[in-house]
Structure formats: C-alpha cells, structure tokens
Design a protein around this ligand. Structure first.
Ligand code: AHR
Length: 497
C-alpha cells in the first residue's frame, strides 16, 4: 500500500502548548503510595519519594501533572493534607472505597513536582465543597504572605508561594457516580462563581471547567452548552475525558477509535464557539483533554475487590502492543488539533492506568504505551503543520473510511527540526510513504525509529525489555522528499534537519 503526505513550512495548524503532554496522579490505588512514594525503598529520597520513578518520569518529560483527582477530589478535604503528618486524619475515601492516610499531602506533592520538573494542575473539590474551600486553597498555595492561609503555608514549611497556574473546577460533575454530582445549571452557576472568586484571589490563574465525562453521556452537548452559558467569561478551558476499551477484541475497530477522539474534539470546539457566538464574545475557550487513555484490562478484577484498604492495587491495566499503537494514534490526534487542545493529561502516570509501573521494594518498569508518549513528548515540540494525507482507507464495525496511515508533521523552529509521527494501522500490509515537505531545503535524517514486529497482545509485564524502539533504516530523504516503508502495525518517528 502507498500513502502520500504533503505539507508546506508555512501551513501552520498551531503552536503546540507543551501542556498537551501532561499526565495525572490521583490519590487512587497505588499511584501515590507504593507508586511515587515508598519510604524505605532503596531509591527513596529524604521525603520518601522513589528516585527511580522520578528518573523514569523525567524520561517522559511531562510538563504538567493533574492532582489530586479525579473522582477522589470530589470528597477531599484539602486541609486534611497539611500540617504535621502524625496529626493528619485517616479518612474513608468514598470514590474508590479506600482509606486515605494523608501521609502524602499538598506540600509533599509540591516538593515531588519540583523534583520531577513538572507543574501541577490542581483540582478543587466542587462535589462536597464549594467556593470557600477553593479560594482558601488558592490563597494557601499562591498568596505571598501576610494572611491567615498564606502564613499557614509558611508555617508548614514553604516560604515561597507555589504559584500554581492551572486549576480544575471539580471533576466529572455530570457523572452520577461523582460525589456531589450536579445538573448542568447547578454546576454551571457554581463553576462561574468559583472561577470569579478564585480570580479575585489571583488573576493570573487559568481555570478548566468540566465538560462531559465522555461523549457517550446522555447529557453530552447540552451539558457543555449550559455550563459555558453560565461561566463563559470566567473560565479558560473546557475539559474532555475519553477512555478506550477493546472488550470485543476487534483490532481494526480498536485502532480506529482515535477517530472518535478527533470527532469529540471538533464537536466540543463547535459547542464552545456557538456559546461564543450567542454571547458575541471575543474570547475563545480552548480545550483541556485532561483524561485520556486505554482503560479496560483491570475492570473485571476491580469489580471483585473488597473495600477499605490502604493503597489497593486498582486500575492496574497491563497494556499490550495494540494499546501502544492506539495511544500513538491518540497523541497524533491531539497534535493535529493543537489549535484547540492546549492541555491534555494522559490518565494516569504511575501504576493506575499508567505507562509506568512499580513493584513494592522492587523495580520500576515501562509499559508499551510509554514509548510513543516518550517520543511525542520529547520531540513533538514546536508547531504542527497542516498536512494532507492521501492513502488507502478501511471500514470497521463502528467507523467508515479509516485511513491506514495516521500521521502528523511538526516543525521545531528552535532546533531546526522536522518530526513526523506515524502509525500504520494495517495488520498485514506495509505502507510505502512519500512525504513532500515544501518550503524546507536539503533535509537529512537525524533518526528514524519504529515500534513494530510485535504480537498485538504482547506486554512488558513478565519481560520488561520485551519491547523497544528500533532503528528504521528503510527511510530515505532526497531534498524535501521523505520516503520509505512503515511496517504493518507500527508506531514510527522520523526526525529530520
Ligand atoms: O482516571 C480514573 C478515573 O476516571 C478518574 O478518577 C475519573 O475522573 C474518571 O472517571
């Protein structure tokens, strides 16, 4: 099969906001305890954070981590997580039916984020709490000093404000499972007032208002419109969440699921713009895809568990090669929509539906999904070019005209690099690509790599090095034309200068 990609240096979709490579750590399962935090582990630092985990996270170059939830945040009392550790209360954590010890709290997490070279995307509880708790938390985190909450932060060990810039106004407030779920009118009004008051405390922050928890929710569309109708002028981003499953074990259909992500983004952007038009506003609401990933492998096991333990192994999806290919398609889709998607958080980062797994007292290991994310996050910086793809397509059970080739072209002006990310969705045919990069001159290959030749069901659980990025020496460059072969079922990166 053959496919053609054509673009021009001056045809820009958008500059990429680095926050598109964000991730997520929730107080859920073994994400925090036994994940990033394990005092007594041979690599633990003075605060009890595992240095081996920090090192692997650093390889992913994650610029933003959403925290502390997720469903967890909707029942969370943030004041429980500050002050002397021995005085912090243990609480029943209702979202995941666990016990939260609060051993890792706000200051510890901020310290971890500094060590991990990442910013925090902080969520406030709009389930059981409201405006007052949110503005107090913000004052505690960002106000320099001289007030009750900011001085308490200093007393608790952090003289300098945390200066957290990105804030989520609750989590999945449309979901009946959410603690303190709300109607769109109830939530829209609360989000508007909370955003307004938080910006009185610190007008440099940006806030994310909750969109639907999936495009399959019965209130999808209406929810976004109503919430924004109430809050448009006070908020900056609208959130989207999407999790993929392959219970049917239908690979062509599974790999096509990034098509629904693309559609979801475009639909939500259209709703934002319709509210903008109705209001005659000059402001554009951008999108925060603050939860996206594959999540289904662990669901049966989790349904059988007994409640009320500390850091139970929950949502520990063991990913395989086909999941890595779909995550690759997801990354390409987010990049091709970089004009509207400014924040995205791979949900999540460690142990809980995560690219990184840990063994208690033992090693840290990388899931197959680690590799496409690592390459995109490190090399997919700069701006996305608008490219035309011409090539064969297929129909699957749910999707029509799915291109075998999913690709994006990125121009990193700072490093003078052009980077192509591509997935070949075909199970049995190679794709011979011909890419014409108009406006560039005398390009040459820096590196071409592939994740290929693996059984779709292969995992890295038993043999942690069972999968690796390999050199693709079938790629050739002639001036501005890049050609070569992409193997069946492959994730590819081609870097040119
Ligand atoms: O990421 C796991 C959970 O998925 C989050 O807590 C919630 O927001 C979503 O339903």
């Amino acid at each position: 099969m053959k496919a053609k990609i054509s673009t021009h240096k001056n045809q820009t979709v958008s500059k990429i906001d680095p926050r598109i490579y964000g991730s997520f750590i929730e107080h859920l399962g073994r994400a925090v305890y036994e994940g990033i935090y394990e005092p007594g582990h041979p690599t633990a630092n003075e605060q009890g954070f595992r240095q081996d985990v920090i090192d692997v996270i650093t390889e992913l170059n994650v610029p933003l981590v959403r925290y502390p939830g997720g469903n967890f945040v909707s029942g969370f009392k943030w004041e429980d997580s500050i002050g002397p550790r021995e005085e912090r209360p243990k609480r029943l954590e209702l979202a995941w039916k666990s016990i939260e010890t609060n051993e890792v709290g706000l200051h510890e997490f901020m310290e971890w984020s500094r060590e991990s070279n990442t910013e925090v995307n902080m969520a406030v509880n709009l389930g059981t709490r409201g405006i007052d708790a949110a503005r107090n938390l913000l004052e505690y985190c960002n106000h320099p000093g001289g007030t009750y909450w900011s001085d308490l932060r200093k007393e608790n060990g952090d003289e300098a404000p945390f200066n957290i810039k990105t804030w989520c106004l609750g989590n999945e407030m449309d979901g009946p499972w959410q603690i303190g779920a709300k109607t769109a009118d109830e939530y829209g009004r609360l989000a508007e007032e909370t955003a307004k008051v938080m910006k009185l405390v610190d007008d440099s922050i940006e806030v994310v208002v909750c969109g639907s928890s999936s495009s399959k929710m019965p209130t999808f569309g209406e929810w976004e419109y109503t919430v924004l109708d109430h809050s448009y002028e006070s908020v900056d981003f609208l959130s989207l969440h999407l999790y993929w499953e392959n219970f049917e074990n239908d690979l062509p259909n599974y790999l096509a699921k990034s098509v629904e992500m693309d559609r979801f983004i475009k639909d939500v952007a259209a709703i934002c713009d319709s509210v903008k038009a109705k209001k005659g506003s000059d402001k554009q609401i951008n999108l925060s895809f603050d939860e996206w990933n594959v999540w289904y492998h662990s669901k049966d096991a989790d349904a059988k568990r007994e409640p009320w333990d500390i850091a139970p192994p929950l949502l520990e999806d063991i990913y395989n090669f086909e999941d890595a290919l779909l995550v690759g398609c997801g990354l390409i889709t987010l990049l091709n929509n970089a004009d509207r998607v400014k924040i995205a958080c791979l949900a999540q980062l460690v142990n809980v539906i995560a690219p990184i797994m840990t063994v208690k007292d033992g090693e840290v290991w990388k899931q197959p999904t680690f590799y496409p994310f690592m390459q995109a996050s490190n090399f997919g910086r700069g701006k996305v070019l608008s490219a035309m793809n011409e090539g064969p397509t297929y129909d699957s059970v749910e999707f029509k005209d799915v291109p075998y080739l999913e690709s994006t072209v990125i121009h990193n002006e700072e490093n003078n690099e052009v980077v192509i990310f591509a997935v070949n969705r075909s199970e049995d045919s190679s794709l011979t690509i011909n890419t014409v990069l108009e406006g560039f001159e005398n390009l040459s290959i820096i590196e071409a790599t592939e994740l290929a030749d693996y059984d779709p069901k292969l995992t890295t659980q038993e043999k942690h090095d069972a999968m690796e990025l390999k050199k693709n020496d079938r790629i050739e460059v002639d001036g501005i034309t890049v050609s070569g072969q992409l193997k069946p079922l492959s994730w590819n990166m081609i870097r040119l200068a």
